[in-house]
Structures are given as structure tokens and as C-alpha cells.
Design a protein around this ligand. Structure first.
Ligand SMILES: [Zn+2]
Length: 290
């Protein structure tokens, strides 16, 4: 299997993006694998710290290794939103393909300083193990939950001054040497209850791409207008994160199953799995995998 670095490089060169889907349970895992197999697309499974704790990171690492063989798909595992260096080290040692060190709650200086420490650790690990674990960093606050909201989450601002500038991106990536960079370009974690999410600043995405030697990751990929998403990928987004839409879809599937009187957990879960698989397939097609 190709490394995530090469897969991302190839995707971006072809104006495609790799889908990153967060999972919390077995039906989510199955849905990602089956959709990837059907669309013949590389995919990343994302696990937040909470999802890791619930599922057991070591177990998911094994599941991913098995699924690569079973489904014959380029399947990668990302330790999403990791808030401490200790948790970064644990994720790397467990066998994740990439780790996001999330220093968005820190000052600019502290985010850089801590990200550099994560970089040093991962470089040493890769050298020793012969692996190519990637490091991602995030700059700019875009909210923190895969939730449904009626107003933008507290602390999130989409005015020009709050978005990541190409200059900031350049400085941050140069200082830290990250492989993947997640900017604030109009994206928000979570999605609006009754309307589409705010428009992504695709011009800014293009400008950032010009300035940095790292792939751009779009967080908050739920609820965005399809044309806007396509333009963002054309502008250079290499990985798109989706979580909230899958959670909503899971809930609908479970409710439908209960509504039909299903009781066996695997039968209930199968409703959710099928619906999630459909959503993932649609997303992968939108990201360029047909
Ligand atoms: Zn995120």
C-alpha cells in the first residue's frame, strides 16, 4: 500500500481530495470500508481522543490492518484533534498513519513550540521504525464539536481578520515542518440546523497553497455547498474531514430501525451502516472518486 504522503500527493496533483471520516462504532468502520471499496478510493478513518478512548486505539489499528487486506483498499488511520504531546506519542506508538496536534487553544507561540516537539518526536520515531507517520497542525479557531447549531459556536468568527492568512500559514509551516496544515478558511466544526454552512474562502485556499510546502486539510467538511466544496478542492484542499453529517445519518438510521420494531443490535446497526455508506459514497464522488 502507498504511504499516506504519496496518496495525498497524487490526489492533490489530480485535483482530488481524500475523505477523512470519523467513526465511533463498528457500523461506522464498516461503512467507511465498504464505501471506499465501492468507489475505489483511498480513505482515512479519523478518531478523536474521545473516540480513541471508547473504541480502543490498539484494536482499531488492528482492524485497519485487517481491513486493508479484506477490502483491498488504501485505508489510513488518523489520530484526530490530539491536545497533548503525551497523546501524540501514544498515537504514534500505537501505529496511526498521521496525527493532528491541535494547539488551537494555545497562543501562537505555544502552538508552534509544542508542534515542533511533536515534529521532533515523530521524526525520531520514523527514522527508528522506518515509518512515515505524518504530522498535522491547525491554526485558527473553528469550534470544537461535531454538533448541530443555530448560531456559530462561541469564539468562532468568520470575518477576514479571524481567518488564516497565507503569511501565517507560511510562517507556521516553515517553523514547524508539518506535513499537513489545517487552516481557518471559513470552515466551522459542526453544521447549521436549518441552512448550509458558511461559504469557504476558495481564493484564500489557493493563496495558502502557493505559500506552503504541506497539504491542506479542511476540517468541518459537513454541511458545505457541493459547488463550493468542489472549488475548494480545485484550489488545493487535499483532505476533507466529515463527522457531523455521519453522526446525524447514524441517528436517523437507528431511529428508523427502532421505528420498524428491530431489536437485534446488529440489525439496528445495519440500518445506520447502510445510510452512512451512502453518504460516504456521495462524498467520495464529490471529492473526485468516481
Ligand atoms: Zn476537526
Amino acid at each position: 500500500m502507498k504511504s499516506l504522503r504519496d496518496t495525498a500527493q497524487e490526489a492533490v496533483a489530480n485535483y482530488k481530495a481524500i475523505g477523512h471520516f470519523n467513526i465511533s462504532n463498528r457500523e461506522g468502520f464498516n461503512a467507511v470500508c465498504l464505501a471506499a471499496q465501492k468507489k475505489n478510493a483511498p480513505v482515512i478513518i479519523g478518531l478523536s481522543e474521545g473516540e480513541r478512548e471508547f473504541l480502543g486505539l490498539d484494536i482499531v489499528v488492528r482492524m485497519v490492518q485487517e481491513a486493508r487486506e479484506t477490502y483491498q483498499i488504501p485505508l489510513y488511520l488518523n489520530a484526530d484533534h490530539t491536545h497533548s504531546l503525551k497523546a501524540v506519542y501514544e498515537a504514534v506508538q500505537a501505529g496511526c498513519d498521521a496525527v493532528l496536534f491541535d494547539g488551537t487553544g494555545m497562543s501562537w507561540e505555544e502552538n508552534i513550540e509544542q508542534t515542533k516537539k511533536a515534529r521532533e518526536y515523530i521524526d525520531a520515531y520514523n527514522k527508528k521504525q522506518g515509518t512515515d507517520v505524518l504530522l498535522e497542525a491547525e491554526v485558527g479557531y473553528i469550534g470544537s464539536g461535531s454538533v448541530i447549531f443555530e448560531d456559530l459556536p462561541k469564539g468562532v468568527s468568520l470575518d477576514d481578520a479571524s481567518l488564516t492568512t497565507p503569511q501565517q500559514a507560511e510562517t507556521f509551516v516553515k517553523e514547524t515542518g508539518v506535513d499537513l496544515f489545517a487552516p481557518a478558511v471559513g470552515n466551522v466544526h459542526g453544521m447549521y440546523k436549518n441552512k448550509k454552512n458558511p461559504e469557504l474562502d476558495t481564493k484564500r485556499i489557493g493563496q495558502i497553497v502557493e505559500q506552503i510546502d504541506a497539504h491542506l486539510v479542511l476540517h468541518g467538511g459537513s454541511g458545505i455547498d457541493d459547488t463550493n466544496m468542489k472549488d475548494a478542492i480545485k484550489a488545493g484542499i487535499g483532505i476533507v474531514h466529515v463527522s457531523t453529517e455521519l453522526r446525524i445519518t447514524w441517528k436517523e438510521g437507528i431511529e428508523e430501525a427502532f421505528g420498524k420494531g428491530e431489536l437485534a443490535p446488529y440489525k439496528v446497526a445495519a440500518y445506520a451502516q447502510k445510510k452512512m455508506q451512502d453518504v460516504i459514497e456521495t462524498k467520495l464522488a464529490l471529492y473526485g472518486w468516481n
